[in-house]
Design a protein around this ligand. Structure first.
Ligand SMILES: *Cc1c(COP(=O)(O)O)cnc(C)c1O
Length: 386
C-alpha cells in the first residue's frame, strides 16, 4: 500500500527534478517489524536476526533494531558497517568462503556467533581463536539435500556441509578448546510459505538434534533455522503468515533449546519504493512501451528474478503521448532489451510525465544493482517517517 506520505513525496521529488529516487517508508517498516516481532512471542518462539544483505542502509537498520534480536552479516564489509551503525547489536556472521581477515575481524568486533561453513574454515578459525587467546562461539552450517521443489531458490551447492562433511568437524572440535559449538545453522531455501517453513524447520531440528546427540554435545543448544520467508511480488499486499509460523515453530522447541531465524527480504522489501517518471510512450510492432527515467541498473530485482516489478501509476495530467487500456511494457534508459521493469502489464492510462512508483523495492534492489552501467545519474535516497 502506498501511503499518502510516499505519494506526496513522489510529487515533490518530481517537482524538484530529483527523480528517480528510492523512497523508504520507515513508518511502514516499523509497523511491519512490530507485527513480525509480536508473532514471535510464544514460549520457544525463535529469536529474529535480520539478514543485513537484504538492505543494509543505516536508517533501515536503526528502524529495525528495536524489533529484532540481532543482525546477521555475511561479509567483513557488512560486519564493519553494521557494528558501526549499531554498536550494541548482537551479531551472527555467516557467509561462504570467509577469509582469515574476516574471521579475525569477527573476533575483534565481538560477533556473538560464527556460522562455520566447512572443516577447513573451522580449523582456520580454531587457530585464529587460539592465537588471539579468545574463545569463539559457533554454529555449524548444515546443507541437507531433501526435496526443495517449489521454492524460489534452493541454497544447495557449496553452502555449508552435507552430513558426510559434518563428520570431519568432530575431531577438529575435540582438539580445539577455543571453539565452542552451540548448535546448528541451516538456510536451505527461500520463498517458503509458513507451512513449508515449519516443515523445513522440523527437518533441520530432527537432523540437528540426532547429530548433536551422536557427537555427545551437551548443554544448551541453538538452532538457526535460516531465512527465506516467502515474498510474493505478484501480490504486493499479501504477507508471509508470521503468526502461523511463530506459533507452530515455537511448539517444536524443547526445553534447553534456543531457536533463531534470519529473514531479510520478508522484513524490508515492503518498505522501499523506486519512484521515477515517464519520459516517452510509444508503440513498436504492436507492443506499447513506456520508457522511464532510470532503469534496472538502479533496481536489478525484476531482471534477476525475471518477474514484473509491481507498480502504481501516479497520473500528472500531462498532455504528451499517451496509452490507454493496453498492456504496456515499462523499460528504462539502458541500451539493452533486458532493461525491463515489467512486461505487457494491462494499464488504464500512462502519459509522458506521469510518475511510476515501483513497490517492493526495499530488499535486494539498489544494493544488488550495477548502477554505473551507462553512467546515468544515481538515484536520490529519501527516508521518510524516521
Ligand atoms: C540471504 C540469506 C538469508 C536471508 O534470506 P532472505 O531470503 O532474504 O530471507 C539468511 N541466511 C543466509 C545464510 C542467507 O544467505
Amino acid at each position: 500500500m502506498i501511503t499518502r506520505l510516499v505519494q506526496d513525496h513522489a510529487h515533490q521529488l518530481a517537482a524538484d527534478a530529483r527523480l528517480p529516487a528510492f523512497v523508504y517508508d520507515l513508518a511502514a517498516l516499523r509497523e511491519h517489524a512490530a507485527e513480525v516481532k509480536a508473532a514471535l512471542t510464544a514460549p520457544g518462539a525463535p529469536e529474529i536476526f535480520y539478514a543485513a544483505k537484504a538492505n543494509p542502509d543505516v536508517p533501515i537498520l536503526r528502524t529495525l533494531a528495536p524489533y529484532v534480536d540481532g543482525i546477521e552479516v555475511a561479509s567483513g564489509g557488512e560486519l564493519a558497517h553494521v557494528r558501526e551503525a549499531l554498536p550494541d547489536a548482537r551479531l551472527a556472521f555467516g557467509g561462504p568462503a570467509k577469509t582469515d581477515d574476516e574471521l579475525e575481524l569477527a573476533l575483534k568486533l565481538g560477533v556473538e556467533r560464527i556460522h562455520v561453513e566447512s572443516p577447513h574454515e573451522l580449523s582456520r578459525l580454531a587457530n585464529i581463536a587460539r592465537t588471539a587467546g579468545q574463545e569463539v562461539d559457533i554454529l555449524l552450517r548444515l546443507n541437507l539435500a531433501g526435496d526443495r521443489s517449489g521454492v524460489a531458490l534452493a541454497m544447495s551447492g557449496p553452502f555449508g556441509m552435507d552430513p558426510k562433511l559434518m563428520e570431519s568437524c568432530t575431531d577438529i572440535l575435540t582438539a580445539s578448546p577455543w571453539v565452542r559449538l552451540h548448535g546448528i545453522h541451516a538456510h536451505l531455501a527461500s520463498g517458503l510459505n509458513a507451512s513449508a517453513m515449519v516443515a523445513q524447520s522440523t527437518e533441520i531440528l530432527t537432523w540437528g538434534r540426532s547429530w548433536l546427540d551422536k557427537i555427545g554435545h551437551t548443554g544448551p543448544r541453538e538452532f538457526n533455522l535460516g531465512g527465506g520467508m516467502a515474498v510474493d511480488y505478484a501480490a504486493p499486499d499479501t504477507r508471509f503468515d508470521w503468526k502461523q509460523y511463530g506459533t507452530e515453530v515455537a511448539a517444536l522447541a524443547r526445553p534447553g533449546e534456543t531457536l533463531r531465524i534470519e529473514p531479510g527480504r520478508a522484513i524490508s522489501v515492503y518498505s522501499g519504493w523506486y519512484v521515477t517518471e515517464v519520459l516517452d510512450v510509444k508503440e513498436a510492432h504492436g507492443q506499447w512501451y513506456a520508457a522511464l527515467r532510470g532503469g534496472t541498473m538502479h533496481i536489478r530485482t525484476p531482471v534477476t528474478k525475471q518477474h514484473n516489478q509491481p507498480f502504481i501509476v501516479l497520473n500528472r495530467d500531462g498532455t504528451g503521448p499517451t496509452v490507454t487500456n493496453e498492456p504496456v511494457t515499462l523499460v528504462g534508459q539502458l541500451c539493452t532489451p533486458k532493461d525491463v521493469f515489467a512486461r505487457a502489464v494491462p494499464t488504464e492510462r500512462i502519459t509522458v510525465g506521469d510518475l511510476i512508483a515501483f513497490s517492493m523495492a526495499g530488499a535486494y534492489a539498489w544494493n544488488i544493482s550495477h548502477y554505473d552501467f551507462l553512467m546515468h545519474p544515481k538515484p536520490t535516497f529519501e527516508y521518510l517517517g524516521e
